[in-house]
Design a protein around this ligand. Structure first.
Ligand SMILES: C[S@@+](CC[C@H](N)C(=O)[O-])C[C@H]1O[C@@H](n2cnc3c(N)ncnc32)[C@H](O)[C@@H]1O
Length: 286
């Protein structure tokens, strides 16, 4: 995606992702390199693995190639689950690959697993609902000493001055809760802030309200907020979506909100709320 181009966020239409979008993900070289490295680092000979959101089956395939005895591949998109089953690189593992149709929240597994792999990461970390899914999966499916890929997910936010994005939203007549775009660092109006760190444990909040305080450059007008994620896939592998590349499947999260600072003021206090997978931003005046 080109800088400042805008589109409807993929995160708002996960259930409808077709093979075309899966191919974009399969061609995202950073994503593929990172997950492959993490899987070969973590999965050990004989492990039982869950691939939550198996899609075309590439991560399940790598887990089996790394020595997994068995991989359960769960997906709520039947078309893509069936497509994975035809993948010859998975087929060759025979019954060691077990496809399961359904939302992970509603399925049962016949045993606990050593590793849960999941690429259900949204471009703003939790906007594909992975925190709820992975908390549930860890609790119900992971062995006591089991490992998650990713093990941790961080969520970042920064106010930006991006009039080009606003122009593109306006000319495309897009009315959406938030947008997908690409915003360079030169548009940042302040230092980015960490919103949440998720480890998929009981204390992780799926919905939340967070207060953030930014020290801003007064010379710049704030048009909205850019968001992204940083994922610790394994002890050695981190994947980050702040900077995107030509072949990236994740673009930046953009929440359009014009914010005015008072004369001479530099501090911007905001309250971000997530409720039922929707976000709202409010300026807090002190
Ligand atoms: C980003 S794609 C990743 C596909 C594949 N694992 C890969 O890395 O190429 C996420 C997949 O997870 C599925 N998915 C998301 N949340 C799910 C859930 N809670 N239960 C089952 N499938 C889910 C989607 O249908 C989609 O196929």
């Amino acid at each position: 995606m080109k800088q400042y181009e805008v589109k409807k966020p993929e995160a708002l239409q996960v259930i409808d992702w077709d093979i075309e979008f899966h191919n974009i993900m399969l061609n995202d070289s950073e994503r593929m390199k990172a997950f492959k490295k993490a899987i070969f680092e973590v999965v050990k000979e004989g492990d039982v693995v869950l691939d939550l959101g198996v899609g075309t089956g590439i991560l399940a395939q790598w887990a089996l190639e790394a020595g997994a005895a068995k991989v359960y591949g769960v997906d709520f998109n039947k078309t893509i689950l069936d497509y994975a089953q035809q993948n010859p690189n998975l087929k060759k593992f025979g019954d060691n690959y077990i496809p399961i149709f359904g939302n992970s929240m509603n399925v049962e597994l016949p045993e606990k697993v050593d590793v849960i792999i999941s690429e259900t990461i949204g471009n703003f970390a939790d906007n594909e609902n992975c925190v709820e899914y992975l908390k549930d999966a860890r609790k119900r499916f992971l062995k006591q000493d089991g490992i998650m890929i990713p093990s941790q997910l961080k969520q970042f936010l920064v106010p930006v001055c991006s009039p080009e994005v606003e122009k593109n939203i306006e000319s495309a007549h897009l009315a959406l809760p938030y947008f997908e775009t690409v915003i360079p660092k030169r548009d940042y109006v302040a230092q980015p802030q960490l919103v949440n760190t998720f480890s998929f444990i009981e204390s992780d909040q799926v919905d939340y309200t967070k207060n953030l305080s930014f020290e801003c450059l007064t010379s710049k007008k704030i048009t909205g907020f850019k968001g992204w994620y940083r994922a610790q896939l394994s002890p050695l592998v981190i994947l980050d979506s702040e900077i995107t590349f030509e072949d990236s499947s994740w673009n930046n999260f953009y929440f359009s909100k014009q914010v005015e600072l008072g004369e001479g003021e530099t501090t911007l206090d905001i309250k971000i709320t997530r409720n039922n997978n929707m976000y709202s931003f409010e300026q807090v005046t002190k």
